[in-house]
Structure formats: C-alpha cells, structure tokens
Design a protein around this ligand. Structure first.
Ligand code: RB5
Length: 331
C-alpha cells in the first residue's frame, strides 16, 4: 500500500480537491493499492470543505460533502510515502515539522515537473535530475515552477480554475506512478521454437520500455518441448522470484495448459486487449500466454502492454481467485 498525503493550509480547498481528483484519476487508470489523504498546516479539525470546492468537485465528478479537515501532524507526514504540498512555503513548513521525511516531500508542480522530465526519484542538485527546478525556458516550464494559488475567498470560477490546474499536474503524476509501478514488476519471459520470433519482439519491447525482465529462452528456432519452457517460467513466478510471466508458443495453448498445472499460477491465453485487461482486473492472472502463429506482433505488443499496466481489482474478485486456489490439486 502506497500512502499519498496532500497538504495545503486549511485543508478545505486545494488539498481535499487534489485528494479527490487524484483518487478519481487512479481509479480510472485501474490503479489500486494507493491510500490518498489530505491535511492542512493550519486546519481547523472537523471543518468541512468550502462550498465552492464542493461545487467545483461535484462538477468534476468528485464528492467532497463528507470531507472534514485535519490539522497536519508530524506523525501523518512520517507515515506517508509521498507528501505533496500546493506551495513551496507549505513544503518548507512540512519539512520543518518532519525533517526526516525530507526526501518524500514535494510541491505538486515540482513532482509533476520531475516526472515530465523523466527524473522522478533523481537526486536534487544533480543537473541531470533537476526536473522542474532546473527548467526555465518554455511557457509550460514557467508554469511548472509556480505554486498552486489559494482560491480561498474567490468565486466558483476561481475554484474551478484552481481545480483544473491541480488536475493537470495530477495527471502527470499519475502517469509517473503508473509507469513506476509497471517498471517495478519483475517479468520472466520464455518461448518454445514456434514462439521464438514473437518472444524476441516482446523482449525488445520490454527492454525499450525499461522493464525489469529476464529472457529464459529459447535463443534459437531449434525445436524444444513447450512444456519445459512453460514449467521453467511458471515455477519462477509461483516461487515469487518474478511478478509476472510471459510465455509464447505456436498457439499459446500448450504453454497455457502446462503453466496452469503449477500451483499458484493463473496463466491466461489472451489474443485481444480487452481479455488481457480483464485477466488482470478480475482473475489476477500472473502469466500471459500468446500464440505466435495466431496474432501479429503489433497486437501482441499491445496485449503485453495492457496486461502489464492493468492492476487486479480485488474486492469480490479476490474471493473468486481464492476459490481457484482451493481447486488446485483436486482430483
Ligand atoms: C509446436 O509445433 C506447437 O505445438 C507449440 O508451439 C504450441 O502451439 C503448443 O500448444
């Protein structure tokens, strides 16, 4: 579980809007496992969101009617994995409250700028990882440097404009988080001789995208038994050494049947993007299988991309996945 804490001054306008919008963005992206909260440096505990913030969010499809302000505590800042403030002054105030949390406190625009520059996680002061702080030239970059102004006391239009500004940065941050989650995955890839050409394309794709993967072969079109390749990857995934597997044979069927014999494996043969997404969302599939003699490279790579980008939804599907586990070894 990743914990993200949005911080502003009163916790009645900017930070609750940011938290509500970010929850909506992540939900739409199918990202789970992120806890989003907000707090204010000078908040009055229990105060509701401002009427304009509630209305601006209602129009954006976010319900803030139940929000109650919380005064930021040192413990809250320390417990978060990421603290995002609306202004630089707020960042400094959080830093003063919890200096140990220093590396995880950013202004919203600072983090968005770093992600846009491909430097999130980079060390401050390194010219190659300067991100928003180091960018001066374009109009876009000038905006990255700015604080999110306080709409307090403004009219509804002001609040809507502020919400739009916040949302724009949040979309950039969400892309960074999604990408980071994906790239943290360890992926085991293998094929038999029939799957070899497509497996090579998949490996190239994973390398270009910066995924952490291992290619378990085969490394030539010489004939092998697909069962051996399937068992190799399935055992690695079942043992937890890899988060996901990708197996390719001629049809995708043989490797799928074989991999599913290994306890803990939920291999899914997917030849369309929708099935790949659903295999993750509903079945928490941990191995994708593909048939090199069935689909072309372009579709196969789109399937791989979506399979790796999609999170398990949990909830009622968790119970069903557990029931699949209970079936293992039966008979
Ligand atoms: C190999 O000819 C082929 O049978 C194998 O790649 C796969 O399609 C099995 O299901």
């Amino acid at each position: 579980m990743q914990r993200i804490l949005f911080v502003c001054t009163g916790n009645t306008c900017r930070s609750p809007m940011a938290a509500g919008l970010f929850a909506k963005i992540l939900q739409e992206k199918g990202v789970t496992g992120v806890e989003i909260t907000s707090a204010g440096l000078a908040a009055v505990d229990g105060a509701p969101a401002s009427a304009e913030a509630i209305e601006a969010m209602r129009r954006a499809g976010v319900d803030l009617t139940g929000h109650r302000a919380r005064r930021l505590t040192r413990e809250m800042a320390l417990a978060a994995d990421l603290v995002l403030t609306m202004t630089r002054r707020q960042k400094e105030a959080v830093l003063a409250l919890a200096p140990e949390a220093g590396e995880k406190i950013f202004t919203l625009t600072e983090l968005a700028g770093r992600i846009a520059a491909g430097t999130a996680g980079g060390r401050e002061g390194d010219p190659k990882t300067q991100g928003a702080e180091g960018m001066e030239t374009t109009e876009e970059n000038r905006q990255v440097q700015g604080d999110i102004p306080d709409p307090f006391g403004g009219d509804l239009e002001t609040y809507i404009a502020t919400a739009r500004q916040i949302e724009r940065w949040l979309l950039m941050i969400a892309d960074g988080i999604t990408g980071k989650n994906q790239q943290r995955l360890k992926i085991a890839v293998a094929s038999d001789h029939a799957g070899y050409p497509l497996k090579e394309e998949i490996v190239r794709f994973l390398a270009e995208r910066g995924f952490d993967y291992h290619d378990f072969g085969v490394y030539s079109p010489e004939s092998v038994d697909y069962t051996d390749q399937a068992a190799l990857v399935a055992r690695k995934v079942a043992a937890g050494e890899y988060d996901r597997g990708i197996l390719v044979c001629g049809t995708g069927i043989g490797v799928s049947i074989a991999a599913n014999k290994i306890k803990g494996i939920r291999a899914a043969l997917c030849h369309d993007v929708f099935s790949a997404q659903m295999a993750r969302k509903h079945n928490d599939s941990n191995i994708l299988t593909l048939g090199a003699r069935v689909i072309g490279v372009g579709l196969a790579l789109a399937i791989v991309e979506n399979y790796l980008a999609t999170e398990f939804e949990g909830g009622r599907h968790q119970r069903r996945v557990e029931k699949i586990s209970q079936l293992e070894g039966e008979g």
